[in-house]
Design a protein around this ligand. Structure first.
Ligand SMILES: Cc1cc2nc3c(=O)[nH]c(=O)nc-3n(C[C@H](O)[C@H](O)[C@H](O)COP(=O)(O)OP(=O)(O)OC[C@H]3O[C@@H](n4cnc5c(N)ncnc54)[C@H](O)[C@@H]3O)c2cc1C
Ligand code: SF4
Ligand code: SF4
Length: 410
């Protein structure tokens, strides 16, 4: 493939943002086809040279390299050399924008589906850091090494959830809390095609599982589904991941996700509602806040449901997180001597405190987990609206528009 993805959608052109670029020469030294050059003013990309291999994207220390415009009339090298800033993205007729930036359609479709519970146009929080996406793809996956794999639910329960640490060695794989990665399981499916990639939420903070390590962690539930004929469906990717041994390597693509991100505003209150592996991004949020130890007034509020404490991932470590960082509402639906309690019930119990939080313009809501969670949460917020004297659907629309209401369910 060369630099033109032509047709009625025009051309895709790779450009460098001269305002951000620090002229470090890394991209020019990295590009395997010499598509990057420079003069005294700017670093620029040759349209006819770039084959979109993405090799230059991860090493660029500033992100200046990560710009992809859909154009009818490409910018010449002379124009690029003369820029002080990137020009505005050209307006294309609606039909011609369809294929813009579709670097990984598979991931985009999965994420769109996972976020549709939020309805309408989903936005990132205004104060979120700028995410890097699509740095590695199927043709060019990052190879990560397994440096940890431990079960985080009790062994005598049917819920087998693992905390898996992937180390990227010398490869830059920059992530933000709330993003996901794609894992490509080895082997082929029943039709002889390579397995589809599966998305997993990152459960560590942006600076690694421990500060300043080049790794990330995942929370993976082993999918085992008994079938009517007595056999058990073993989920392809989740069993592959949960069975990984130390030192094994994994093909990773992404990172993905540019809206389900954590606000950087230290004053933001964050309400996090989850079940099961939906806790993964919220572990990342919690670690981030804990490490910042900022003087911000914002607090994290976690509503986390499971059948029993033994089946709640990270139950032990969670109990050690100070209340000042994380207010915890853990609720259980299968305790032998207590009535069933689901997250929406606990939200009802906390209705007045939640109504108070929802009145603040700095409060953000995140819902994550299996799809069944959404209906109960929606009902709970509607009831909280009644208690607080506000119209929940209207407030939700306002919050969504402001990047303060997020759903990721699968
Ligand atoms: C945005 C996004 C983020 C995700 N984050 C995570 C994560 O952090 N941790 C995680 O374990 N999974 C996560 N998933 C689900 C993951 O991508 C896979 O779908 C899941 O691991 C099953 O893949 P598999 O290959 O093992 O199963 P397959 O061979 O594809 O079989 C699919 C079966 O698994 C069931 N299933 C899918 N996910 C789960 C689950 N979490 N618990 C129980 N049953 C499930 C489906 O209903 C289906 O019956 C996420 C999905 C999306 C779209
Ligand atoms: S995407 Fe690949 S071909 Fe294009 S400039 Fe970067 S390294 Fe060179
Ligand atoms: S690697 Fe990034 S910052 Fe360095 S010259 Fe290239 S675009 Fe500029």
């Amino acid at each position: 493939m060369d630099g033109s993805t032509g047709g009625s959608a025009g051309l895709k052109q790779h450009l460098i943002d001269p305002e951000i670029c620090i002229r470090c020469n890394t991209c020019e030294a990295t590009c395997p086809v010499d598509a990057i050059t420079h003069d005294d003013n700017n670093y620029v990309v040759r349209l006819e040279g770039c084959n979109f291999c993405m090799d230059c994207v991860a090493p660029c220390p500033t992100g200046a390299i990560d710009n992809w415009f859909q154009v009818i009339q490409p910018f010449s090298l002379e124009e690029q050399f003369s820029w002080d800033e990137l020009p505005p993205k050209p307006e294309l007729p609606e039909a011609e924008t369809a294929s813009v930036d579709a670097l990984d359609d598979e991931a985009a479709a999965l994420l769109e589906d996972a976020h549709k519970g939020a309805g309408g146009k989903v936005r990132a929080p205004a104060s979120a850091s700028k995410p890097r996406v699509n740095l590695f793809n199927r043709g060019n996956p990052a190879i990560a090494k397994v440096t940890g794999n431990i079960r985080v639910t009790r062994a005598d329960t049917g819920s087998d959830v693992h905390h898996i640490i992937l180390d990227f060695g010398a490869v830059a794989f920059p992530v933000l809390e709330g993003q996901s990665i794609g894992v490509i399981p080895p082997g082929v499916d029943a039709n002889g095609k390579p397995h589809a990639m599966r998305l997993y939420s990152i459960c560590s903070a942006r600076d690694g599982e421990r500060p300043n390590t080049n790794n990330l962690a995942l929370t993976v539930k082993r999918v085992l589904e008994p079938q009517h004929d007595g056999t058990v469906l073993r989920g392809i990717a989740s069993n592959y991941m949960c069975d990984l041994a130390m030192g094994d390597t994994v093909q990773v693509i992404g990172p993905f996700g540019s809206t389900f991100l954590m606000p950087d505003d230290p004053d933001a209150d964050i309400i996090m509602i989850c079940t099961g592996t939906g806790a993964a991004p919220f572990r990342g949020f919690t670690e981030r806040r804990r490490r910042l130890a900022s003087a911000g007034r914002g607090r994290l509020h976690l509503f986390f449901g499971a059948r029993t404490p033994a089946e709640l991932p990270y139950f032990g470590p969670l109990k050690k997180v100070p209340e000042s960082v994380l207010a915890q509402d853990l609720c259980f639906s299968r305790l032998p001597d207590a009535p069933k309690e689901y997250v929406q019930h606990r939200m009802g119990t906390r209705a007045e405190a939640l109504a108070e939080l929802l009145r603040k313009p700095t409060t953000h809501i995140y819902v994550c987990g299996l799809r069944g969670l959404e209906a109960g949460v929606e009902e709970a917020f509607a009831n909280i609206g009644t208690v607080g004297g506000f119209d929940w659907p209207a407030l939700r629309a306002t919050m969504r528009e402001a990047g303060r209401y997020h759903v990721e369910t699968y």
